[in-house]
Ligand binder design. Structure first.
Ligand code: COA
Length: 272
């Protein structure tokens, strides 16, 4: 992958881990049309990148993401032709919703600072979210006379209880990562000085896992969530058959039978 072609994001690849940093720190990493284009492009490429087994999304500098760029995404886009507006909105929606969810690799949000409005949809889209305890979250749309539009309300109603989500959407009150953890918006809040280390610990855990199995975990989870139970069961059965077929059997269970490892305590040795 040519990492240099991006400007609004920074992409770093190392030992199976690809880290993407939103790179507009002077604008608190607000999402501009260019940033949406670049995220759409990079995630499209990473899907097929065999050197990427885990992805971390974070923010450059001291912010995670201050939401949509209020000038470039709203004010300036209003005067653009409909075709341009549609295209930018399509990419903005796809990368934060469908693309992250359907990537075969697990994606971790490492929330290092401010997270507002549309920034929530990155957190909700990622499979795991770790935040610095002092990171500040807020659904600030109400404060500029609007509401959490686009996908924001949609994904929040899927993931939060109304007494939490509606409360923050109505009041625009900010809250810390500890509260984000309590209401289930993120996986875990950690002291700022441990953010990198704790995220890497999780990334390394995932790097030890069989990529075919990681893909199956994500598929089973999200298809179940969006399907009626009988359909979900059929899909689960098909995924199971496919994984066994791809492995040419059940190598993990074979290794267990030969007492080569204990699945309760760690991953089997898969063939890369
Ligand atoms: N869209 C566009 N520009 C933004 C932005 C956004 N969402 N958030 C911050 N910026 C820009 C500011 O306009 C400013 O640009 P300038 O230096 O060219 O004037 C720069 O980022 C720094 O912002 P500033 O407000 O001075 O930083 P701060 O550290 O004092 O405050 C925030 C940080 C995030 C609390 C504040 O910038 C803010 O409230 N941003 C809007 C958040 C929001 O409502 N997001 C929801 C959008 S859907």
């Amino acid at each position: 992958m040519n990492e240099r072609k991006y400007e609004a994001i920074l992409v770093k690849q190392e030992d199976g881990l690809t880290t993407i940093a939103l790179n507009r720190p002077e604008k608190r990493n607000a999402m501009s049309p260019q940033l949406h284009r670049e995220m759409y492009q990079v995630l499209g490429e990473l899907r097929y990148d065999k050197d990427t087994r885990v992805i971390v999304i974070t923010g450059a500098g001291e912010s995670f993401c201050a939401g949509q760029d209020l000038k470039q995404y709203f004010l300036e886009m209003d005067s653009q032709p409909e075709s341009v507006r549609d295209e930018v909105r399509r990419m903005a929606r796809l990368w934060r919703n469908e693309m992250i969810r359907t990537l075969p690799q697990p994606v971790i949000a490492m929330v290092n600072g401010w997270c507002f409005g549309g920034g929530f949809t990155i957190v909700t889209a990622c499979d795991i979210a770790i935040a610095a305890e002092d990171a500040v979250f807020g659904l600030s749309e109400i404060n500029f006379g609007h509401f959490p539009g686009g996908e924001v309300t949609i994904v929040l109603t899927e993931q939060l209880q109304p007494k939490h989500g509606l409360f923050y959407a109505l009041t625009g009150k900010t809250f810390t990562a500890k509260e984000a953890e309590r209401i289930g918006l993120i996986t875990k809040a950690v002291p700022r000085e441990n953010l990198q280390e704790e995220t890497m610990e999780i990334a390394n855990n995932l790097l030890e896992k069989d990529p075919l199995a990681l893909k199956a975990v994500k598929e089973a989870w999200y298809y179940t969530f969006y399907s009626p139970p009988d359909v979900a069961y059929e899909i689960s059965t098909l995924i199971s058959q496919r994984v066994t077929q791809q492995h040419g059997g059940r190598p993990g269970i074979q290794q267990f039978a030969k007492k080569q490892y204990r699945p309760g305590l760690g991953a089997y040795k898969w063939e890369g």
